[in-house]
Ligand binder design. Sequence first.
Ligand code: SAH
Length: 204
Amino acid sequence: MVDTQLVPRGIRDEPVLLAMKKVQRHIFMPESTRSAAYEDRAVPIGEGQTISQPYMVAIMSELLELTGSEKVLEIGTGSGYQAAILGELAGDVYTIERVSALAESAGRTLESLGYKNVHVFAGDGTLGLEDKAPFDRIIITAAAPEIPAPLVNQLREGGILVVPVGERYSQVLLKGRKVRGEIVKESYTNCAFVPLIGEYGWKE
Ligand code: SAH
């Protein structure tokens, strides 16, 4: 997966490549879809949701510019796979999932693998986690109509936010840096994430 999907597409960050070699994607998937674990695509994980394409996990992780000590907020825990990768690359990871069954199952998987620095919460991630803010990095792994205002407030000055923004079924991956309270954006690849549903996301 790393040698055929990530390196040829330009992922160069060595810690990201190492983390993606170490964390086994199939562990985060239901038995019924595990045979597809190392394919170049998003795969269903139940509840109408998906585990993201490995390349998306890699590029989003790379864009976050992690050095090992950051406090990270992830919106959209899903399977917990991206959270585990972040757990390898950052200090503490707070991850929020709207579907409580997925939050529970991801929490169990992460616990069984020993990720003591990854903390799973169930709820509407568009509101962030006020009592754990500010965050050094924020990653949204679901498609947002726009960057949710509470998350901009909870990102520390100089911090980085990575999010797919656009239409409900097609988006552009954005990297934003908070400079004097405003998000300065750069656009990356086109992508198609499941919708971010919540108060500052899409309506159900
Ligand atoms: N990062 C995940 C990808 C999951 S897909 C992984 O590695 O597997 C996106 C997830 O975002 C879905 O599980 C969906 O239920 C969740 N989601 C959508 N809107 C949300 C919201 N407002 N708050 C938290 N999670 C949300």
